[in-house]
Design a binder for this molecule. Sequence first.
Ligand SMILES: [Zn+2]
Length: 230
Amino acid sequence: MTIAYIYKWVHLPTSKWYIGVRTKNGCHPDDGYVCSSKIVKPLIESSPTEWQREILYTGTPDEMLKLESCILTNLDAKNNLNSYNLQNGDGNFTTTGITMPEAWVEKIRKGNSGKIRSEQARENYRRANQKKAQDLDYLKKLRKPKLDDHKSKISASLKGVNKTDEHKRAMSAAKKGKKTGPCSDARREAIKKALKGKHTLPVVTCPHCGFNGRSNMKRWHFDNCKERKK
Ligand SMILES: [Zn+2]
């Protein structure tokens, strides 16, 4: 017997939530299913104690799909910063109320890889990645320091390898017209602005030419001033 259900996962430390629906043939609230979100599922699995599941509703698959879509739309889940949902519906649910079999959905999903995404879709991915970036366990995995052995292997494999002319041209084209150095123009401006009026060196005046300055004054003025009478 199939008991479709709508579930809610809450990340206890942040109160962020994910709402999903389960409609597969033979499913029921205790079927051990975790979550349909590829983002949320690994988060739950890596720190299960931080997550709490709640069954919101049970019913027929059709009812649950419609209800889920209705709940997510009401909460505007895809734009709600407290939600992990990236859309206001499961994606299995079409506006006409027809449910696609999971095999079709999987097929479409596969067919979509490599597709050029809309700005909205890309924004959704960005949001998803931002959410991922708040997950410490995920970051730990991502920023695992390399072992010395690994580092030296990378270094050795790159040593003496010349870049192709094409590669060099591309690098040159990418750098053309850009200032070199660690700071972007915007960053440079920001630093300038932040430091304005916060100089640590006093203004000094050269007794020979009357020039005012803060740094490097003794290099060109005072005893080295060209106005200095010898
Ligand atoms: Zn001077």
